[in-house]
Design a protein around this ligand. Sequence first.
Ligand SMILES: Cc1cc2nc3c(=O)[nH]c(=O)nc-3n(C[C@H](O)[C@H](O)[C@H](O)COP(=O)(O)O)c2cc1C
Length: 168
Amino acid sequence: MNILVVYSSRTGNTKRVAQSIADVLGVKAVDVKTNPDYTAFDLIVAGYWVDRGGPNHEMKSYLQGITHKKVALFSTLGADPLSEHGKNSVAAGIDSLGDDSTCVGTFICRGKVDPLLVEQMKGRFPVGHPHAYTPEWLARIDAAAAHPTEEDLESARLFAEQLKVTYH
Ligand SMILES: Cc1cc2nc3c(=O)[nH]c(=O)nc-3n(C[C@H](O)[C@H](O)[C@H](O)COP(=O)(O)O)c2cc1C
């Protein structure tokens, strides 16, 4: 089976996960910026970083253009992957798929948040807002700081192994 691994990554977290997955599948991870032609592939494994609760813009556009295919999705985000926000971000990725494409698997893990962004958030949102600069918000940023960890990358490899067993 022909497998395409395509990713979008602003600061490298999603790229690292993409490379771990691609290694297991024996292919090269391709940057979505090169707009790879997916039509000849039987399975597309596509990764995005979470931007305001869903796939980042570039990958969202790419996903919307994928029709009649099996797609496995992976993503990285600053928040807890098991939070409502995390679950909704996976659902938003699935919702982005084009006509008659089916999501056959998902993987999500934390990814450290760009320190420049953290600095810019200071004082930008009022208390009560999910991104308000509170100790709780900072704790979430701290919790993401070491990710993706070697353990995350190992989980990503396991995800890829499962795809390999099912679709190779
Ligand atoms: C502009 C911007 C918006 C973001 N929005 C979210 C978000 O809504 N939820 C979240 O959990 N993380 C959010 N993040 C954090 C990133 O999803 C996270 O750091 C991700 O691992 C970055 O991946 P990358 O290194 O591949 O670019 C945001 C980061 C940026 C820069």
